[in-house]
Design a protein around this ligand. Structure first.
Ligand SMILES: *Cc1c(COP(=O)(O)O)cnc(C)c1O
Length: 364
């Protein structure tokens, strides 16, 4: 089969990468310990700190997708028997429960209503009740289109002697996020959503407090590959062999992050809001409403109700086959009930909104 077919990727990820990002991957390979490649790694770390808005020394890109980031954060922070509180109102929050249980953690769950966000009061009650060592929450829940406000949450967690871990897979590069300002202790993301790169790398960052906790573990993390102490022997000053970095993917992330910083974080966040508003107005003209509550809608991901009488797969197949446009179906409880439209990274552009609206108008 010939690759690639042109597609407009307007689903929950991967998003359409910037042409410069695709082009850089065709550059010749360097060895993973070549001084020039090590320089690219160092620059990637500087760029990642800028995008995360952190001074955290331990900031790197795990080789793997967003899920590798989730596993890295949870399995490093948690020891068997330690308590994690997961605040979940969606598919990816639920995933954290699964990952943490496999790491042997004792998991307490605060369940919220799908399509809504948590309040600090909800969370404080659960913190008092469960007294967890770590609290985990998703900033942009890609299954429901909810953007969870994080203001004050880090302070609240620390008041209750708990570390804060955040999933920023869809929010990084699309919504306001200030890791140090928000006192986040551990965070992970993915290359293929808001950062506009192909899938394959998971940026992570750990605070000093989180690293102190990890270094004091009774036993090292169960996964050698994702052990952040081991990873820092490669991404830290020693630059020793740990695993072979996916060289071309690192080139791509390096270029993608440069594009984020050149655009400027504020401008980028604003662009995501503007294009989402454009989409929302157009969908409303077509009679399509949002699943997500008005006050907590994520700019990068619109979860919308499939109008009554329409078949999910029929419309999505037509969009793909006749118009070359991919949007996402519903996950979990929203299967067959919702569409998920992503306007992320380079893909968040007015002409993409227009193309989708025109195609949808013909399909409905
Ligand atoms: C996509 C996504 C993940 C998982 O990332 P993969 O790259 O698919 O492994 C985790 N959390 C959220 C919120 C996501 O949107």
């Amino acid at each position: 089969m010939a690759i690639p077919f042109p597609r407009l990727l307007l689903g929950p990820g991967p998003s359409e990468p910037h042409p410069d990002v695709l082009a850089i991957q065709q550059k010749p390979l360097l060895g993973h310990l070549d001084p020039d490649f090590l320089q690219i790694m160092s620059e990637t770390q500087v760029l990642l700190r800028q995008v995360f808005q952190t001074k955290n020394d331990v900031t790197l890109a795990v080789s793997g997708t967003g899920m590798a980031g989730m596993e890295c954060v949870l399995t490093n922070l948690l020891e068997p028997g330690q308590k994690l509180l997961v605040c979940t109102a969606g598919f990816f929050g639920d995933r954290m429960i699964n990952v943490a249980q496999r790491a042997g953690a004792e998991v307490a769950v605060l369940r919220g209503e799908w399509g809504n966000c948590f309040t600090l009061a909800d969370i404080e009650k659960a913190l008092v009740e469960h007294q967890p060592a770590v609290l985990a929450i998703v900033q942009a829940e890609t299954s429901t289109g909810v953007l969870q406000p994080l203001e004050g949450l880090g302070e609240l967690c620390h008041k209750h002697r708990c570390l804060l871990a955040v999933d920023a897979v869809t929010s990084l590069g699309t919504s306001p996020l200030d890791v140090d300002g928000l006192q986040i202790d551990a965070i992970y993301s993915g290359s293929q959503k808001g950062l506009g790169c192909p899938p394959g790398l998971a940026p992570v960052s750990f605070s000093t407090q989180a690293m102190d906790r990890i270094k004091a573990r009774k036993k090292p993390a169960q996964s050698y590959y994702l052990d952040v102490v081991e990873l820092m022997k490669y991404w830290g000053p020693d630059r020793g062999y740990h695993h072979t970095a996916p060289i071309s993917s690192v080139y791509a992330l390096h270029t993608g992050l440069k594009l984020v910083n050149d655009e400027g974080l504020q401008a980028r966040w604003k662009r995501h809001v503007q294009n989402k508003e454009l989409l929302k107005a157009g969908l409303s003209r077509l009679g399509i409403t949002y699943f997500t509550q008005e006050h907590c809608q994520a700019p990068a991901l619109s979860a919308v109700n499939i109008p009554a009488g329409l078949d999910d797969m029929t419309i999505r197949k037509r969009l793909l086959n006749d118009f070359g446009i991919e949007i996402g179906g519903g996950l979990g409880a929203l299967k067959g009930k919702a569409w998920r439209i992503g306007l992320m990274g380079y893909g968040s552009r007015p002409e993409n909104v227009d193309k989708l609206l025109a195609a949808l108008a013909k399909c409905l």
